[in-house]
Design a protein around this ligand. Structure first.
Ligand SMILES: [Zn+2]
Length: 542
């Protein structure tokens, strides 16, 4: 858009002025620089379809005419943003079995949208390794990747030097423009919605207003803010930038991964990437390599309550399989109070990075909870159940280490066959003396028997088996890991949504990396950990 260009041009002139006043060194043009654009939640299948149907015109052109290539990527298990980013940003095999899980040793839940949890996971699991975005910028990500700049940190206001002031003005130009434009577009979206309501008053009762509020916040403001902030970094020659556009993932959760509203969100993200591309072409001396990738896809699903007509899974499991009579022990309650207190401390001491990123995390999976709902978990008689999408974890809290099937079935005989034969349940994963096992529809499968079971006919069977092995090697994965994926009658999520991820369906696991043809991207990519050595090389000068 020409006006955006004008604003960016003004801002760029201000940046030059900052340098001319000799208050900051010009960036060295000799090294290659890294720009990663993540389209959250987009499977390769949906992208390929969108390209054919003209729903992602810029990405189509990038691949067809601009010397870029789309490489397939399999992302392992769970198919979830924090697990992907931990592996890609730091090159470690994460212990992150889902978006919400329990750590039995610490007696605490990890729930990514909550303040301090992402920071805690990043500090403990990245363990001082060099992040791929070190000293760069991350926007909309779960982790910082070592970036100095997370959007809306206020470090730039700390020391009011001449440079600081000018930079502040420069950033303020961008922010003012985002606010002006965001307001105008919000008004436009609102009036469109009003017209829609006038035409179809029932839509108000089917969540139309909630969706609209989210759409205005995410699609307009955040995407604008990210795009302009990244453009700002590109003009400044920042060495590594990782931006995550959330629009598509959020729409796909709400409406399904192939719904027209989700595809419209994809189209808007495509347009933003095009804008970044135009900025890149104006600063060829910085030699940016653009990468467009996705952290996981989504499976179309029904909710568990739709599938069974009964209560949510965290209640159903207690009703049908576990003794419901007793109540949590005082020690557990105490542990929780401690956890909340330490979360607050982390927040106050600003060890928790990016207030803004927490807000983004919060929206990424939890927009219903913006309206006051609580995350799905239940604990009774020393058993904790957490559902986090198409996955639910069962933890036996009396043992700080994961229990094997043999130990579990001493307490609850035939539990694996029982749960896996229940309505709305797909596969049930457990650890055993002889390695991980999978139950499906009342039958038990070793990992080398899966071709005859739930994953019959899968071309990527090897990656599914590897993913299950990795997942059950995570000590924070539940003693039972229950999936609604591969349930009778289609995939099921344990929360209320139309698109879901964390599981092993093909669309969840199979994504892509679009990269410059000449780049030495590993091939084939069967786990995001392979991206780390490739991306981290951009940190080396030259
Ligand atoms: Zn998601």
């Amino acid at each position: 858009m020409p006006l955006d260009d004008l604003v960016l041009g003004l801002q760029r002139a201000l940046d030059r002025l900052v340098r001319r006043l000799r208050v900051g060194a010009a960036p060295v043009p000799d090294r290659r620089r890294l720009l990663i654009v993540q389209i959250d939640g987009l499977s390769r299948a949906v992208l390929e379809d969108a390209i054919v149907k003209g729903r992602a015109p810029f990405l189509a052109r990038l691949v067809r005419q601009r010397g870029y290539r789309m490489a397939p990527m399999s992302v392992g298990l769970p198919t979830s943003t924090p697990a992907f980013q931990m592996a890609a940003m730091y090159g470690v095999r994460p212990d992150i079995p889902g978006f919400h899980y329990h750590d039995k040793r610490r007696r605490a839940d990890i729930y990514f949208p909550r303040g301090g949890d992402a920071a805690h996971v990043e500090a403990t699991q990245a363990a001082g390794r060099r992040g791929i975005v070190r000293d760069g910028g991350t926007y909309g990500c779960v982790f910082t990747g070592g970036a100095a700049n997370n959007l809306l940190t206020f470090t730039m206001f700390k020391r009011p030097t001449g440079a600081g002031l000018l930079r502040t003005i420069s950033m303020a130009v961008v922010l003012a423009w985002v606010i002006l434009k965001g307001t105008v577009v919000s008004m436009f979206e609102l009036s469109r919605a009003l017209l829609r309501v006038a035409a179809d008053p029932l839509s108000v009762w089917t969540g139309g207003w909630k969706w609209l509020a989210i759409k205005i916040v995410i699609s307009v403001w955040l995407r604008e803010l990210f795009t302009l902030a990244v453009a700002h970094d590109l003009y400044a020659g920042v060495g590594a930038i990782y931006v995550n556009y959330l629009d598509y993932d959020i729409a796909a959760h709400a409406w399904g991964p192939r719904h027209r509203r989700a595809l419209r969100a994809l189209r808007r993200v495509d347009a933003s990437i095009h804008r970044l591309w135009r900025v890149l072409r104006r600063v060829p001396e910085y030699r940016y390599d653009l990468h467009v990738l996705s952290d996981h896809g989504q499976a179309t699903c029904r909710s568990y309550r739709q599938a069974t007509g009964g209560p949510p899974i965290e209640e159903a499991l207690f009703d049908d399989f576990f003794d419901p009579s007793s109540t949590p022990r005082p020690a557990e309650l105490e542990g929780r109070a401690h956890r909340i207190a330490s979360g607050l401390r982390a927040y106050r001491s600003r060890r928790a990075p990016g207030l803004f990123q927490r807000f983004v995390n919060y929206l990424e999976r939890d927009f219903p909870r913006l309206l006051g709902e609580m995350p799905e978990s239940r604990e009774r008689a020393g058993i904790r159940v957490i559902s986090a999408g198409p996955n639910a974890f069962v933890y036996f809290l009396d043992s700080p280490e994961p229990l094997t099937l043999e130990e579990i079935e001493k307490r609850f005989p035939a539990l694996g066959t029982g749960i896996s034969a229940a309505p709305g349940i797909g596969i049930v994963l457990v650890r055993s003396a002889s390695g991980p096992l999978c139950f499906w529809r009342g039958r038990r499968y070793a990992l080398d028997e899966l071709h005859a079971g739930p994953f019959a006919g899968r071309a990527d069977l090897e990656q599914v088996v590897e993913g299950i092995r990795d997942l059950m090697a995570m000590r924070s994965a539940g003693d039972l890991v229950i999936y609604g994926i591969a349930a009778p009658g289609g995939d099921v999520s344990f929360i209320s949504e139309a698109g879901t991820h964390a599981g092993p369906s093909p669309d969840e696991m199979q994504t892509f990396v679009i990269h410059p043809r000449a780049a030495a991207v590993p091939s084939p990519i069967t786990h995001p950990i392979q991206l780390y050595p490739y991306f981290v090389r951009y940190q080396e000068v030259g």
